[in-house]
Each structure stands twice: as structure tokens, then as C-alpha cells.
Design a protein around this ligand. Structure first.
Ligand code: C5P
Length: 231
């Protein structure tokens, strides 16, 4: 895969708007998509999406819906009114739930006149330790995601190569758990470097505390971009 094909997603996991604003100011030239998760969204509500859209980058709403199919359908329909480019659900919710999400996105974008967001299924959280059967589980959930017809999956740097091999023609891959050499893993268990993720064909890599928790976020992002270029 050509080096420029891996897009950079930056996780704005802050509960203060000024911190998010500062991070956008520092990083916007190099970030393709900003990720809004439960921290900012719960603190500031849907208005925070407008802030993210105004950065000019794409917007990823990472609320990881996991409920009965009808509820997820309604939640995704509502989320589609916000004009986000991608959003997450849990693949563990099952094929019918994933189909419900897709239907909700299609209905919502028609009703609200927005582009349909990409529906991305979380497989096994990157904070879960890599057990012997983690890869099998991830591949099974990625197969379910294909069957449901959603757009992509979230998996760790340890599985992305195998997921691309099995389903690369059908599924986009979104890869968190990215750490630079010398970084803390924090609560993540299945981690890898930016270079590894690019070489294994990640379509998107999610970068969080490697940059946002660094004393010099600009320099940390530059190191990541360098690894991406070199991969
Ligand atoms: O700070 P760190 O690089 O660990 O951030 C990773 C981001 O990706 C967090 O916002 C986390 O919620 C998100 N994420 C994850 N694992 C998944 C899905 C999303 O770490 N399976």
C-alpha cells in the first residue's frame, strides 16, 4: 500500500473545550479526521460536532453503540443528522444490530439531507489483553461486519494485516492502540507502532495520548508522520 493511503485520526479525548481547541490549533495541518468520543460529547453535547466540523477535517463520532437493533438504528439515524463522516458501533451486537445501524444511517442521511456516515464496527477493544483466540474473534467479527454490509472495522495493530488479507476488498480498517517507541501503553494492551500499522495496510490510524498526552504534541505528531512516510 502506498504510504499516503493511511489517514490520521486524532482522538480529542478532553473534557475541556480550550484543550481541544489548542490541540486542533497545533495539529490541524496534519490530521485528516478528528475523533469525538464520549468525553467531549457527553460534556458539550452535539454542538461539539460543529466545532469539529469547523476545523475543516473529517469528523468521527466514536460513541460505540451497542444495544438492541431497533435502538441502535434510531441512535445512528439521530447521529446521521449531525453530519459526521464516520461513527462506531460494537460488532459484538450482532449482524442484525449492524444491519440496523446501516439502515439508520441511510434513513437519517435521507431525512436530514446529510452524507451517509461510514459505519465502523469495533471488534475486540484494544485495551483487552491479546489472548490466544483474540485474532480468531477479531476475524469472526470482521466476517460478521462483512455479512451485515457495514463499511469497516476497528482492530488493533496486531490484527490489521490479517483482517486486510481476509476482507481488504470489503472493509476499511481503523486502527487504535498506536504507540511510538518509548511511549507508555497506558490502559491499552494490544499496541503497535505507526510504521507497523501502515505496513499492514491500515486505512486509518487512531492516534491519542501519544500526541495529546505528550509534553510536545507537535513534535510527537511529526515523529508519527515521519514513521508513516518511511513505512
Ligand atoms: O490515547 P490512545 O492512543 O490510547 O487513544 C485511542 C483512542 O481510540 C481512544 O479515544 C479510544 O477510545 C479509541 N479506541 C480504542 N480502541 C478501540 C476503539 C476506539 O482505543 N477498539
Amino acid at each position: 500500500m502506498a504510504k499516503s493511503e493511511t489517514r490520521i485520526i486524532l482522538a480529542l479525548d478532553f473534557d475541556r473545550l480550550d484543550q481541544a481547541e489548542r490541540m486542533v490549533e497545533i495539529t490541524h495541518e496534519h490530521v485528516d479526521v478528528y475523533k469525538i468520543g464520549p468525553i467531549l460529547f457527553t460534556r458539550f453535547g452535539p454542538g461539539i460536532i460543529e466545532f469539529a466540523r469547523n476545523t475543516g477535517a473529517g469528523v468521527f463520532l466514536d460513541l460505540k453503540f451497542h444495544d438492541i437493533p431497533n435502538t441502535v438504528r434510531g441512535g445512528v439515524r439521530a447521529a446521521s443528522s449531525l453530519g459526521v463522516n464516520m461513527l462506531t458501533i460494537h460488532a459484538l451486537g450482532g449482524i442484525d444490530m449492524m444491519r440496523g445501524a446501516l439502515e439508520g444511517a441511510e434513513e437519517g442521511s435521507k431525512t436530514f439531507g446529510t452524507a451517509r456516515p461510514l459505519i465502523i464496527g469495533v471488534t475486540v477493544l484494544t485495551s483487552m489483553a491479546g489472548e490466544e483466540d483474540t485474532l480468531t474473534q477479531v476475524l469472526k467479527l470482521a466476517g460478521d461486519a462483512c455479512e451485515a454490509g457495514i463499511d469497516g472495522v476497528v482492530c488493533s495493530p496486531l490484527e490489521v494485516g490479517r483482517v486486510k488479507e481476509a476482507h481488504g476488498d470489503r472493509l476499511l480498517t481503523v486502527v487504535p492502540g498506536i504507540r511510538l517507541g518509548g511511549d507508555q501503553a497506558n490502559d491499552q494492551a494490544r499496541v503497535g507502532t505507526p510504521g507497523q500499522a501502515v505496513r499492514d495496510g491500515a486505512d486509518f490510524m487512531v492516534v491519542g495520548r501519544s500526541v495529546t498526552g505528550s509534553s510536545d504534541p507537535k513534535e510527537a505528531l511529526a515523529r508519527i508522520l515521519e514513521e508513516v512516510e518511511d513505512a
